[in-house]
Design a protein around this ligand. Structure first.
Ligand code: FAD
Ligand code: NAP
Length: 336
Protein backbone atom coordinates (compact mmCIF):
# COMPACT_ATOMS: atom_id res chain seq x y z
CA UNK A 1 0.00 0.00 0.00
CA UNK A 2 1.44 3.31 -1.12
CA UNK A 3 0.72 5.96 1.51
CA UNK A 4 1.80 9.41 0.40
CA UNK A 5 2.62 12.39 2.61
CA UNK A 6 1.65 16.06 2.38
CA UNK A 7 -0.55 15.74 -0.68
CA UNK A 8 -2.28 18.80 -2.16
CA UNK A 9 -6.07 18.42 -2.12
CA UNK A 10 -6.72 21.32 -4.50
CA UNK A 11 -7.69 19.13 -7.47
CA UNK A 12 -9.55 16.70 -5.19
CA UNK A 13 -12.22 19.13 -3.99
CA UNK A 14 -14.55 21.04 -6.31
CA UNK A 15 -14.15 24.25 -4.26
CA UNK A 16 -10.48 24.00 -5.34
CA UNK A 17 -9.39 25.02 -1.87
CA UNK A 18 -5.67 24.67 -1.34
CA UNK A 19 -5.22 22.34 1.62
CA UNK A 20 -2.88 19.44 2.31
CA UNK A 21 -3.51 15.93 3.57
CA UNK A 22 -0.89 14.77 6.07
CA UNK A 23 -1.28 11.24 4.64
CA UNK A 24 -3.11 10.08 1.53
CA UNK A 25 -3.87 6.76 -0.20
CA UNK A 26 -6.33 5.39 -2.77
CA UNK A 27 -8.08 2.05 -2.57
CA UNK A 28 -9.86 0.04 -5.25
CA UNK A 29 -11.24 -2.78 -3.07
CA UNK A 30 -12.25 -3.50 0.51
CA UNK A 31 -9.01 -5.47 0.90
CA UNK A 32 -6.91 -2.47 -0.11
CA UNK A 33 -8.87 -0.28 2.30
CA UNK A 34 -8.17 -2.77 5.08
CA UNK A 35 -4.48 -2.75 4.19
CA UNK A 36 -4.35 1.06 4.31
CA UNK A 37 -6.03 1.07 7.70
CA UNK A 38 -3.32 -1.25 9.04
CA UNK A 39 -0.61 1.32 8.25
CA UNK A 40 0.98 3.04 11.28
CA UNK A 41 -0.29 6.42 10.00
CA UNK A 42 -3.98 5.55 10.12
CA UNK A 43 -5.17 8.35 12.44
CA UNK A 44 -8.42 10.18 11.60
CA UNK A 45 -9.24 8.25 8.43
CA UNK A 46 -11.54 10.18 6.08
CA UNK A 47 -13.13 8.66 2.98
CA UNK A 48 -13.02 10.93 -0.03
CA UNK A 49 -15.21 10.63 -3.13
CA UNK A 50 -15.38 13.29 -5.84
CA UNK A 51 -14.87 16.09 -3.29
CA UNK A 52 -18.01 17.94 -4.44
CA UNK A 53 -19.70 18.27 -1.06
CA UNK A 54 -16.83 19.22 1.24
CA UNK A 55 -15.04 22.34 2.45
CA UNK A 56 -11.53 22.08 3.86
CA UNK A 57 -11.05 24.92 6.35
CA UNK A 58 -7.40 23.97 6.86
CA UNK A 59 -4.93 21.17 6.21
CA UNK A 60 -6.17 17.67 7.07
CA UNK A 61 -4.03 16.24 9.86
CA UNK A 62 -4.86 12.59 9.25
CA UNK A 63 -5.21 9.92 6.57
CA UNK A 64 -7.40 10.68 3.55
CA UNK A 65 -8.51 7.56 1.69
CA UNK A 66 -9.80 8.08 -1.84
CA UNK A 67 -12.42 5.54 -2.81
CA UNK A 68 -11.80 4.13 -6.29
CA UNK A 69 -13.93 0.98 -6.17
CA UNK A 70 -15.38 0.55 -9.66
CA UNK A 71 -17.94 -1.66 -11.40
CA UNK A 72 -21.58 -1.41 -12.49
CA UNK A 73 -23.53 -4.69 -12.64
CA UNK A 74 -27.05 -5.93 -13.04
CA UNK A 75 -27.30 -8.23 -10.03
CA UNK A 76 -30.95 -9.24 -10.05
CA UNK A 77 -34.18 -8.61 -11.92
CA UNK A 78 -37.83 -9.49 -11.83
CA UNK A 79 -40.78 -8.54 -13.97
CA UNK A 80 -40.93 -4.98 -12.67
CA UNK A 81 -37.47 -4.04 -11.42
CA UNK A 82 -33.79 -4.30 -12.24
CA UNK A 83 -31.25 -4.17 -9.42
CA UNK A 84 -28.04 -2.40 -10.36
CA UNK A 85 -25.01 -2.52 -8.07
CA UNK A 86 -22.33 0.14 -8.50
CA UNK A 87 -18.92 0.47 -6.86
CA UNK A 88 -18.65 3.48 -4.53
CA UNK A 89 -15.90 5.01 -6.68
CA UNK A 90 -18.02 5.11 -9.85
CA UNK A 91 -18.97 8.53 -11.13
CA UNK A 92 -22.62 9.19 -10.25
CA UNK A 93 -23.68 10.54 -13.65
CA UNK A 94 -22.09 7.54 -15.40
CA UNK A 95 -24.44 5.29 -13.43
CA UNK A 96 -27.42 7.50 -14.35
CA UNK A 97 -26.48 7.18 -18.04
CA UNK A 98 -26.01 3.40 -17.68
CA UNK A 99 -29.61 3.13 -16.43
CA UNK A 100 -31.04 5.49 -19.05
CA UNK A 101 -29.36 3.53 -21.88
CA UNK A 102 -31.17 0.41 -20.64
CA UNK A 103 -34.48 2.28 -20.19
CA UNK A 104 -34.37 1.72 -16.43
CA UNK A 105 -36.22 4.54 -14.76
CA UNK A 106 -35.96 6.31 -11.43
CA UNK A 107 -32.74 8.31 -11.37
CA UNK A 108 -33.04 10.41 -14.54
CA UNK A 109 -34.03 13.50 -12.48
CA UNK A 110 -30.71 13.11 -10.65
CA UNK A 111 -28.70 13.59 -13.85
CA UNK A 112 -25.42 15.50 -13.75
CA UNK A 113 -25.08 15.65 -9.96
CA UNK A 114 -21.31 15.73 -9.43
CA UNK A 115 -19.53 13.19 -7.27
CA UNK A 116 -19.43 9.45 -6.83
CA UNK A 117 -21.83 6.66 -5.98
CA UNK A 118 -20.42 6.14 -2.47
CA UNK A 119 -21.46 9.60 -1.32
CA UNK A 120 -24.96 9.44 -2.80
CA UNK A 121 -26.54 7.90 0.32
CA UNK A 122 -24.59 10.24 2.63
CA UNK A 123 -27.01 13.11 2.13
CA UNK A 124 -29.69 11.18 0.24
CA UNK A 125 -28.92 13.27 -2.85
CA UNK A 126 -31.92 14.92 -4.39
CA UNK A 127 -32.99 17.11 -7.28
CA UNK A 128 -36.14 17.95 -9.23
CA UNK A 129 -38.50 16.04 -6.95
CA UNK A 130 -36.52 12.78 -6.72
CA UNK A 131 -34.27 11.56 -3.93
CA UNK A 132 -31.81 8.71 -3.80
CA UNK A 133 -34.05 6.90 -1.30
CA UNK A 134 -36.68 6.50 -4.07
CA UNK A 135 -34.41 4.04 -5.91
CA UNK A 136 -32.24 2.77 -3.07
CA UNK A 137 -32.21 -0.97 -2.41
CA UNK A 138 -29.23 -1.57 -0.10
CA UNK A 139 -25.57 -0.74 0.42
CA UNK A 140 -22.51 -2.52 1.70
CA UNK A 141 -20.21 -0.63 4.07
CA UNK A 142 -16.99 -1.33 5.91
CA UNK A 143 -16.64 -0.36 9.56
CA UNK A 144 -13.33 1.45 9.82
CA UNK A 145 -12.64 0.40 13.43
CA UNK A 146 -14.34 -3.01 13.75
CA UNK A 147 -13.12 -4.04 10.29
CA UNK A 148 -16.45 -5.70 9.51
CA UNK A 149 -18.67 -5.48 6.44
CA UNK A 150 -22.29 -4.49 7.07
CA UNK A 151 -25.36 -4.40 4.80
CA UNK A 152 -27.63 -1.37 5.28
CA UNK A 153 -31.24 -1.40 4.12
CA UNK A 154 -33.12 1.81 3.43
CA UNK A 155 -34.52 1.73 6.95
CA UNK A 156 -31.02 1.35 8.45
CA UNK A 157 -29.87 4.41 6.50
CA UNK A 158 -32.58 6.60 8.12
CA UNK A 159 -32.82 8.80 5.03
CA UNK A 160 -34.24 12.27 5.47
CA UNK A 161 -34.09 15.56 3.56
CA UNK A 162 -30.39 15.72 2.52
CA UNK A 163 -29.70 13.49 5.52
CA UNK A 164 -28.84 9.92 6.47
CA UNK A 165 -27.41 8.06 9.42
CA UNK A 166 -23.96 8.42 7.79
CA UNK A 167 -24.12 12.21 8.07
CA UNK A 168 -25.23 12.03 11.71
CA UNK A 169 -24.97 9.21 14.21
CA UNK A 170 -22.46 7.15 12.21
CA UNK A 171 -20.47 10.05 10.73
CA UNK A 172 -16.95 8.97 9.84
CA UNK A 173 -17.45 5.39 11.03
CA UNK A 174 -18.05 3.58 7.73
CA UNK A 175 -16.66 3.45 4.21
CA UNK A 176 -19.46 2.74 1.77
CA UNK A 177 -18.17 0.09 -0.66
CA UNK A 178 -21.07 -0.31 -3.09
CA UNK A 179 -24.71 0.70 -3.50
CA UNK A 180 -27.53 -1.31 -5.09
CA UNK A 181 -30.33 0.59 -6.81
CA UNK A 182 -33.79 -0.66 -7.71
CA UNK A 183 -34.78 0.72 -11.11
CA UNK A 184 -38.17 0.57 -12.74
CA UNK A 185 -38.44 -1.42 -15.98
CA UNK A 186 -41.60 0.55 -16.78
CA UNK A 187 -40.45 4.07 -15.93
CA UNK A 188 -42.83 6.51 -14.29
CA UNK A 189 -42.07 10.13 -15.08
CA UNK A 190 -41.73 12.85 -12.46
CA UNK A 191 -41.97 16.34 -13.94
CA UNK A 192 -43.55 17.95 -10.89
CA UNK A 193 -40.87 20.66 -10.63
CA UNK A 194 -42.00 23.72 -12.58
CA UNK A 195 -38.56 24.41 -14.04
CA UNK A 196 -38.37 20.88 -15.46
CA UNK A 197 -41.82 21.04 -16.98
CA UNK A 198 -40.99 24.41 -18.56
CA UNK A 199 -37.74 23.12 -20.04
CA UNK A 200 -39.46 20.06 -21.54
CA UNK A 201 -41.97 22.38 -23.18
CA UNK A 202 -39.18 24.63 -24.43
CA UNK A 203 -37.56 21.53 -25.95
CA UNK A 204 -40.86 20.76 -27.69
CA UNK A 205 -41.10 17.33 -26.07
CA UNK A 206 -44.42 15.62 -26.68
CA UNK A 207 -43.62 11.97 -25.91
CA UNK A 208 -41.90 11.88 -22.54
CA UNK A 209 -39.01 9.48 -21.96
CA UNK A 210 -36.40 9.16 -19.26
CA UNK A 211 -33.68 10.26 -21.65
CA UNK A 212 -35.62 13.43 -22.52
CA UNK A 213 -36.13 14.18 -18.82
CA UNK A 214 -32.41 13.66 -18.29
CA UNK A 215 -31.62 15.99 -21.19
CA UNK A 216 -33.96 18.66 -19.76
CA UNK A 217 -32.33 18.38 -16.33
CA UNK A 218 -28.89 18.66 -17.93
CA UNK A 219 -29.98 21.76 -19.88
CA UNK A 220 -31.29 23.52 -16.77
CA UNK A 221 -28.31 22.59 -14.64
CA UNK A 222 -25.81 23.65 -17.30
CA UNK A 223 -27.48 27.04 -17.75
CA UNK A 224 -27.89 27.84 -14.08
CA UNK A 225 -25.18 26.16 -12.02
CA UNK A 226 -21.52 27.11 -12.07
CA UNK A 227 -19.26 24.42 -13.53
CA UNK A 228 -16.80 23.55 -10.73
CA UNK A 229 -14.06 23.18 -13.34
CA UNK A 230 -14.43 26.89 -14.06
CA UNK A 231 -15.65 28.30 -10.71
CA UNK A 232 -14.87 26.46 -7.48
CA UNK A 233 -18.05 25.48 -5.60
CA UNK A 234 -19.76 22.60 -3.82
CA UNK A 235 -23.34 23.15 -5.02
CA UNK A 236 -25.90 24.33 -2.48
CA UNK A 237 -24.02 25.37 0.63
CA UNK A 238 -27.13 25.34 2.84
CA UNK A 239 -30.18 23.12 3.16
CA UNK A 240 -33.66 24.45 2.54
CA UNK A 241 -35.14 24.90 6.03
CA UNK A 242 -38.63 23.75 6.99
CA UNK A 243 -40.97 25.67 9.28
CA UNK A 244 -44.44 25.15 10.75
CA UNK A 245 -47.52 26.35 8.86
CA UNK A 246 -48.21 29.27 11.28
CA UNK A 247 -44.57 30.41 10.99
CA UNK A 248 -44.82 30.23 7.21
CA UNK A 249 -48.09 32.22 7.27
CA UNK A 250 -46.41 34.96 9.33
CA UNK A 251 -43.48 35.08 6.93
CA UNK A 252 -45.81 35.18 3.91
CA UNK A 253 -47.66 38.13 5.39
CA UNK A 254 -44.45 40.05 5.89
CA UNK A 255 -42.75 38.88 2.67
CA UNK A 256 -45.41 38.31 0.00
CA UNK A 257 -44.23 35.83 -2.63
CA UNK A 258 -41.94 33.92 -0.28
CA UNK A 259 -41.79 30.40 -1.79
CA UNK A 260 -43.08 27.54 0.38
CA UNK A 261 -43.49 23.85 -0.52
CA UNK A 262 -45.16 21.04 1.43
CA UNK A 263 -42.48 19.05 3.29
CA UNK A 264 -42.21 16.08 5.66
CA UNK A 265 -44.32 16.02 8.85
CA UNK A 266 -46.74 18.72 7.66
CA UNK A 267 -44.01 21.39 7.59
CA UNK A 268 -43.41 23.97 4.87
CA UNK A 269 -40.06 23.98 3.08
CA UNK A 270 -38.63 27.45 2.41
CA UNK A 271 -36.18 28.22 -0.40
CA UNK A 272 -32.90 29.16 1.28
CA UNK A 273 -31.62 30.68 -2.00
CA UNK A 274 -34.57 33.09 -2.12
CA UNK A 275 -33.98 34.27 1.46
CA UNK A 276 -30.24 34.72 0.87
CA UNK A 277 -30.99 36.73 -2.25
CA UNK A 278 -33.42 38.94 -0.30
CA UNK A 279 -30.62 39.63 2.18
CA UNK A 280 -28.62 41.06 -0.72
CA UNK A 281 -25.95 38.38 -1.07
CA UNK A 282 -26.60 37.26 -4.65
CA UNK A 283 -23.54 38.10 -6.72
CA UNK A 284 -21.62 39.30 -3.62
CA UNK A 285 -17.84 38.97 -3.73
CA UNK A 286 -15.13 39.87 -1.25
CA UNK A 287 -11.64 38.91 -2.30
CA UNK A 288 -12.08 35.52 -3.92
CA UNK A 289 -14.99 34.33 -1.78
CA UNK A 290 -18.48 35.01 -3.05
CA UNK A 291 -22.03 34.09 -3.73
CA UNK A 292 -23.04 32.94 -7.23
CA UNK A 293 -24.75 35.56 -9.42
CA UNK A 294 -27.43 33.14 -10.68
CA UNK A 295 -28.10 31.07 -7.55
CA UNK A 296 -27.39 32.61 -4.14
CA UNK A 297 -27.36 29.19 -2.46
CA UNK A 298 -24.03 28.41 -4.11
CA UNK A 299 -20.87 29.86 -2.56
CA UNK A 300 -17.94 30.38 -4.89
CA UNK A 301 -14.16 30.30 -4.70
CA UNK A 302 -13.11 32.68 -7.48
CA UNK A 303 -9.52 31.48 -7.27
CA UNK A 304 -7.48 31.80 -4.13
CA UNK A 305 -10.11 31.95 -1.38
CA UNK A 306 -9.23 29.92 1.69
CA UNK A 307 -11.64 27.44 3.24
CA UNK A 308 -11.75 29.76 6.26
CA UNK A 309 -12.87 32.70 4.10
CA UNK A 310 -15.66 30.63 2.51
CA UNK A 311 -16.70 29.39 5.94
CA UNK A 312 -16.74 32.94 7.40
CA UNK A 313 -18.89 34.14 4.49
CA UNK A 314 -21.30 31.26 5.15
CA UNK A 315 -21.59 32.34 8.79
CA UNK A 316 -22.32 35.96 7.81
CA UNK A 317 -25.02 34.74 5.42
CA UNK A 318 -26.56 32.56 8.14
CA UNK A 319 -26.58 35.48 10.58
CA UNK A 320 -28.22 37.88 8.13
CA UNK A 321 -30.91 35.37 7.12
CA UNK A 322 -31.64 34.74 10.79
CA UNK A 323 -31.84 38.47 11.50
CA UNK A 324 -34.28 39.12 8.64
CA UNK A 325 -36.42 35.94 8.64
CA UNK A 326 -35.82 34.49 12.15
CA UNK A 327 -34.83 31.21 10.50
CA UNK A 328 -31.38 29.69 11.10
CA UNK A 329 -29.94 28.00 8.00
CA UNK A 330 -28.18 24.66 8.33
CA UNK A 331 -25.04 23.90 6.37
CA UNK A 332 -25.38 21.12 3.80
CA UNK A 333 -21.70 20.89 2.82
CA UNK A 334 -19.44 18.71 5.01
CA UNK A 335 -16.91 20.94 6.81
CA UNK A 336 -13.41 19.63 7.64
P1 FAD B 1 -17.42 14.00 -1.31
O1 FAD B 1 -17.52 15.46 -1.40
O2 FAD B 1 -16.12 13.38 -1.68
O3 FAD B 1 -17.80 13.54 0.16
C1 FAD B 1 -18.92 14.05 0.81
C2 FAD B 1 -19.03 13.39 2.20
O4 FAD B 1 -19.30 12.00 2.03
C3 FAD B 1 -17.74 13.46 3.00
O5 FAD B 1 -18.10 13.58 4.36
C4 FAD B 1 -17.06 12.13 2.75
O6 FAD B 1 -16.23 11.72 3.81
C5 FAD B 1 -18.27 11.20 2.62
N1 FAD B 1 -18.03 10.08 1.70
C6 FAD B 1 -17.76 10.16 0.37
N2 FAD B 1 -17.66 8.91 -0.15
C7 FAD B 1 -17.86 8.05 0.89
C8 FAD B 1 -17.87 6.63 0.99
N3 FAD B 1 -17.65 5.84 -0.07
N4 FAD B 1 -18.09 6.08 2.20
C9 FAD B 1 -18.32 6.86 3.29
N5 FAD B 1 -18.31 8.20 3.25
C10 FAD B 1 -18.09 8.79 2.06
N6 FAD B 1 -26.21 17.35 -4.17
C11 FAD B 1 -27.51 16.98 -4.22
O7 FAD B 1 -28.00 16.27 -3.34
N7 FAD B 1 -28.31 17.39 -5.26
C12 FAD B 1 -27.85 18.15 -6.27
O8 FAD B 1 -28.60 18.47 -7.18
C13 FAD B 1 -26.49 18.57 -6.22
N8 FAD B 1 -25.99 19.39 -7.18
C14 FAD B 1 -24.70 19.79 -7.11
C15 FAD B 1 -24.21 20.67 -8.09
C16 FAD B 1 -22.90 21.10 -8.06
C17 FAD B 1 -22.40 22.03 -9.14
C18 FAD B 1 -22.05 20.64 -7.04
C19 FAD B 1 -20.59 21.06 -7.03
C20 FAD B 1 -22.51 19.80 -6.05
C21 FAD B 1 -23.85 19.38 -6.06
N9 FAD B 1 -24.38 18.53 -5.08
C22 FAD B 1 -25.68 18.13 -5.14
C23 FAD B 1 -23.53 18.09 -3.95
C24 FAD B 1 -22.69 16.83 -4.28
O9 FAD B 1 -22.50 16.69 -5.66
C25 FAD B 1 -23.33 15.55 -3.75
O10 FAD B 1 -23.55 15.65 -2.38
C26 FAD B 1 -22.48 14.32 -4.04
O11 FAD B 1 -23.17 13.16 -3.67
C27 FAD B 1 -21.13 14.34 -3.33
O12 FAD B 1 -20.36 13.26 -3.83
P2 FAD B 1 -18.80 13.22 -3.71
O13 FAD B 1 -18.34 11.88 -4.18
O14 FAD B 1 -18.18 14.36 -4.38
O15 FAD B 1 -18.61 13.32 -2.13
P1 NAP C 1 -35.04 26.20 -8.06
O1 NAP C 1 -35.70 25.54 -9.21
O2 NAP C 1 -34.55 27.60 -8.22
O3 NAP C 1 -35.99 26.12 -6.80
C1 NAP C 1 -35.59 26.69 -5.55
C2 NAP C 1 -35.92 25.72 -4.44
O4 NAP C 1 -37.30 25.51 -4.41
C3 NAP C 1 -35.25 24.39 -4.67
O5 NAP C 1 -34.21 24.31 -3.76
C4 NAP C 1 -36.33 23.35 -4.46
O6 NAP C 1 -36.14 22.55 -3.30
C5 NAP C 1 -37.60 24.14 -4.23
N1 NAP C 1 -38.63 23.73 -5.22
C6 NAP C 1 -38.80 24.20 -6.48
N2 NAP C 1 -39.88 23.63 -7.05
C7 NAP C 1 -40.39 22.76 -6.14
C8 NAP C 1 -41.50 21.88 -6.14
N3 NAP C 1 -42.31 21.77 -7.18
N4 NAP C 1 -41.71 21.14 -5.03
C9 NAP C 1 -40.90 21.22 -3.96
N5 NAP C 1 -39.83 22.04 -3.90
C10 NAP C 1 -39.59 22.83 -4.97
O7 NAP C 1 -33.80 25.29 -7.58
P2 NAP C 1 -32.34 25.12 -8.19
O8 NAP C 1 -31.36 25.75 -7.28
O9 NAP C 1 -32.32 25.49 -9.65
O10 NAP C 1 -32.15 23.55 -8.07
C11 NAP C 1 -32.95 22.67 -8.84
C12 NAP C 1 -32.89 21.30 -8.21
O11 NAP C 1 -31.54 20.82 -8.18
C13 NAP C 1 -33.36 21.29 -6.76
O12 NAP C 1 -34.07 20.10 -6.52
C14 NAP C 1 -32.09 21.33 -5.97
O13 NAP C 1 -32.20 20.68 -4.71
C15 NAP C 1 -31.11 20.59 -6.86
N6 NAP C 1 -29.76 21.11 -6.65
C16 NAP C 1 -29.10 20.75 -5.51
C17 NAP C 1 -27.81 21.19 -5.26
C18 NAP C 1 -27.08 20.73 -4.04
O14 NAP C 1 -25.89 20.94 -3.95
N7 NAP C 1 -27.74 20.12 -3.09
C19 NAP C 1 -27.19 22.04 -6.17
C20 NAP C 1 -27.90 22.41 -7.30
C21 NAP C 1 -29.18 21.95 -7.54
P3 NAP C 1 -35.21 21.24 -3.23
O15 NAP C 1 -33.81 21.75 -3.22
O16 NAP C 1 -35.62 20.65 -1.94
O17 NAP C 1 -35.51 20.36 -4.38
Amino acid sequence: MNIQENISLRELNTFHIQAYARYFASFASAEELEEALMAPVNARPMILGGGSNILFTGDYDGLILKNEILGIDLVQEDESFAYIRAGAGENWHKVVLYCIERNLGGIENLSLIPGNVGASPMQNIGAYGVELKDVFHELEAYHLKDKTRVIFTSRDCAFGYRESVFKNRLKGEFAILNVTFRLNKRPKFNTSYGALDQELRKMGVEDLSISKISKAVINIRSSKLPDPKVLGNAGSFFKNPSVSVPTYDQLAEKYPGIPGYPAEEGLIKLAAGWMIEKCGWKGFREGDAGCHALQALVLINYGEATGGEIYNLSQQIKDSVELKFAVRLETEVNIY
